[in-house]
Design a protein. Structure first.
Length: 233
């Protein structure tokens, strides 16, 4: 029977972190484990402080909403079951975004002396100034680990140093205001959910999964620069 293994270490800032391994493979901090999936309640029409929108039948506004937007339910059980590398745990993603933690090792990502932070996104298109993303920041060595071990990134990725990441909104599924049916959406990057500004008219009709930030002061980093800078000297 497969089981998770935990190792302790220090990140680039000297902070003690714990890494989970499964079948000898390192599991990124934000990866969802099978024991963390929970049934989702039915979405209903509801009147909130922001006006009419969607909600859950048994909604608890203290836990089911963030920034006033309805959020999917999830739980925390890292290391239990199996990791699903295709999926992200909403709780850990939000924590990584709010505290600027590395999405791979969970250590503080703001370790550069120039104050910039590294971001790694799927797809071949360069990261644009002002682009929105639900991907938390990453350390350079952790970015290299991701590129070397994550199959989707083998189909293309973009890296950039960012001066400032500001809250934009949420990533989720927008529902039709009449039928409450989920609306189709094709993200600008592979696998993306709709990015919704929390101040927009669409936010009351969105079932959110993740926190989204916008990136400013963007400087592209080439694959060669990423690999060479991450290697020990």
């Amino acid at each position: 029977m497969d089981s998770a293994r935990t190792t302790r270490g220090t990140d680039l800032a000297g902070v003690v972190t714990e890494r989970l391994y499964w079948r000898g493979m390192p599991v990124p901090y934000i990866t969802r484990w099978t024991a963390e999936s929970v049934p989702q309640p039915r979405v209903v029409r509801r009147v909130t402080r922001a006006g009419e929108g969607i909600g859950f039948e048994d909604e608890d506004p203290r836990t089911d909403r963030r920034y006033g937007v309805l959020s999917i339910r999830s739980t925390l059980a890292p290391g239990r079951g199996k990791p699903d590398f295709r999926l992200v745990n909403p709780h850990r993603q939000r924590r990584a975004m709010e505290h600027s933690l590395c999405q791979v090792c969970s250590g503080p990502a703001d370790t550069r002396t120039d104050g910039r932070t590294l971001y790694l996104l799927g797809g071949e298109r360069p990261i644009a100034e002002g682009e929105t993303t639900a991907a938390p920041p990453v350390h350079r060595p952790c970015a290299v680990e991701s590129v070397e071990n994550c199959p989707p990134l083998g189909r293309g990725y973009a890296v950039a140093l960012v001066e400032r990441a500001t809250l934009y909104g949420v990533a989720g599924v927008i529902h039709d205001s009449g039928t409450l049916a989920p609306l189709p959406h094709v993200g600008s990057r592979p696998g993306e959910l709709a990015h919704v500004d929390i101040a927009s008219a669409a936010s009351p009709w969105t079932l959110a999964s993740f926190t989204v930030v916008s990136l400013h002061g963007v400087t592209a980093v080439s694959p060669d620069e990423l690999m060479s800078a991450a290697r020990p000297t």
